[in-house]
Design a protein around this ligand. Structure first.
Ligand SMILES: Cc1ncc(COP(=O)(O)O)c(C=O)c1O
Length: 306
């Protein structure tokens, strides 16, 4: 079948001017409405990809659109050198409905993971020798594409060509309690785990596994980072996926909120929060980002309490 003209033009121009970082399919999308996306030639598709699990509310949800427009009329970007109203309000929503005491906003899941890694390392640096700051992660997991996040991702195919990788990570088979006990010792300062492995094939943690991770973290004075970038925020039916296991309260959650605003005003693809319970215990300047009030404003339409 011949590719219709508008799509053909978009594909050939895209192939010429975009970095060959991705291998996009042969769709040239120009518009979205609810769960459907449209190409420039009027063909429509059901959006099962949802921006890789981020546009959970679909496209042009009226309440999100209203919130974006309202924020556009008020304040755009001011950096995090100042407090801004929507960021503070959103952080209140998140802390009042979660285990967390504080929220850190950044621009992507990788940055949220990176910030969590830096957070636990800095906290450990106050009390532990350098050889006692290992982070334990799980085979089949995925935590992002920055150098530390990709190293935390225990899949060799993502490491190839980026060596030498940062040190201090150890990898354990997922859902294997014996292996978990063997890989854990006093040199582990944190565990980074997805309650449901997304990229790894939608594999939930087996009953009891997260609980054992929590117990071992407590016994070894290590922190538990629960990566809910892909499975958090009601995607499994509870606000957080780790809540399916009784008695598991993490120390840190890097998480992504799907952010239609960022798409509509050409800002970054995702708005991210690392919910960092222990943030107050470490010095500032772990990370500084260009997080925008427009994003927080647009996210305020959503409340975990609704
Ligand atoms: C569990 C998990 N963590 C982190 C990331 C990285 O997020 P981002 O692509 O926004 O950097 C992803 C992305 O798919 C993910 O699934």
């Amino acid at each position: 079948m011949n590719t219709p003209p508008v799509t053909a033009d978009l594909l050939s121009t895209g192939q010429r001017v975009l970095a060959r970082n991705y291998a996009p399919g042969k769709l040239g999308l120009v518009r979205g409405e609810g769960s459907r996306v449209f190409d420039g030639d009027g063909r429509d598709y059901i959006d099962l990809g949802t921006g890789i699990s981020v546009t959970s509310f679909g496209h042009r949800h009226p309440e999100i659109e209203k919130a974006v427009r309202a924020q556009l009329d008020k304040l755009w970007h001011v950096s995090n050198l100042y407090y801004n109203e929507p960021a503070v309000k959103l952080a209140v929503e998140l802390t009042e409905t979660s285990f967390a005491e504080r929220v850190f906003f950044c621009n992507s899941g990788s940055e949220a993971t990176e910030a969590a890694i830096k957070l636990v390392r800095r906290a450990a640096s106050a009390t532990r020798a350098p050889q006692q700051r290992d982070i334990l992660t799980f085979e089949g997991g995925f935590h992002g594409r920055t150098l530390a996040a990709v190293t935390a991702t225990a899949q060799p195919k993502y490491h190839e060509g980026f060596e030498p990788l940062p040190g201090g990570f150890r990898y354990c088979p997922f859902n294997d309690l014996d292996a978990l006990e063997q890989h854990f010792d006093g040199n582990v300062c944190a565990v980074l785990i997805e309650p449901v492995q997304g990229e790894g094939g939608i594999v939930p943690a087996a009953p009891g596994f997260l609980k054992r991770v929590r117990e071992l973290c407590d016994a070894n004075d290590a922190m538990m980072i629960v990566d809910e970038v892909q499975c958090g925020l009601l995607r499994t039916g509870k606000l957080w996926a780790h809540q399916w296991e009784d008695g598991v309260i993490p120390d840190v959650i890097p998480d992504v909120i799907s952010d239609v605003a960022s798409q509509s005003v050409s800002l970054s693809r995702r708005a991210v929060r690392g919910i960092l319970k222990t943030f107050s215990s470490v010095r500032p300047s772990i990370s500084r980002r260009t997080y925008s009030p427009i994003k927080s404003g647009s996210l305020l339409f959503w409340s975990p309490r609704r």
